[in-house]
Design a binder for this molecule. Structure first.
Ligand code: MP5
Length: 209
């Protein structure tokens, strides 16, 4: 089993909680309160802006042209994605400069710090975050009627193009860790999974501080 597969398998129980999360289920079924999606939009915008800085740092550490091209593609995709967040926020009258929750701030800071430990560490975090969003938004898609108000967001993280990007990250991770993840990297990945779950909890339950 490749490194990417063994990491996800090692967190299988928590992974199931992500794809079955009440926020994910309600978004799919069309029963999500408007304010809950609003909270997600503002908090995830903060995360993605921070994520872009993380990805640029990771790209600077990429060992070869193939890895650089892959991460360049990821960075390019964040421009239309952030434009989508801004357009939706404007339509909903939301302030994207609102204070992040402690979970959002903690997760964003954790992601950015991971790359200080080197390329493999950052790549493990990148894979965990992208794979978690691919699977969560694919679960939303599977429950959704064709006229979802979240269609553009669903597409963003469950399209064949995004699935291909995540598969390429998995391939790069497998090639980077041919002997599989060591204990430290497995622990790092498990933290990403816990943060993903906590992120959904926080936007669902309106965490404040
Ligand atoms: C992603 C995200 C995916 N937007 N938010 C969280 C909490 N986790 C993962 O990252 P990207 O860069 O939007 O594909």
């Amino acid at each position: 089993m490749g490194a990417s597969n063994s990491l996800v398998t090692g967190s299988a129980q928590l992974w199931e909680q992500i794809v079955a999360h009440p926020f994910v289920a309600a978004a799919g079924e069309g029963t999500l309160p408007r304010e809950a999606f609003d909270r997600w939009l503002v908090q995830d915008h903060f995360f993605v802006v921070g994520f872009r800085r993380f990805l640029a740092e990771l790209r600077a550490l990429a060992p070869d042209d193939g890895a650089r091209a892959l991460l360049d593609g990821g960075l390019d995709a964040l421009e239309p994605e952030l434009a989508l967040f801004r357009a939706e926020a404007e339509q909903r009258g939301l302030d994207l400069d609102a204070e992040p929750s402690p979970t959002t701030l903690g997760y964003t800071a954790f992601v950015q710090a991971s790359v200080l430990d080197g390329f493999a560490h950052g790549l493990v975090v990148l894979y965990g975050a992208e794979k978690a969003y691919l699977d969560a938004w694919t679960a939303v898609r599977e429950r959704t009627a064709s006229d979802s108000p979240y269609a553009r967001f669903i597409d963003n993280w469950s399209s064949p193009a995004f699935a291909g990007y995540v598969a390429s990250i998995a391939g790069l991770l497998d090639a980077t860790l041919p002997a599989g993840p060591d204990e430290e990297l497995a622990r790092l990945f498990a933290r990403v999974v816990r943060f993903e779950l906590r992120f959904w909890d926080a936007v669902h339950e309106a965490e404040t501080w």
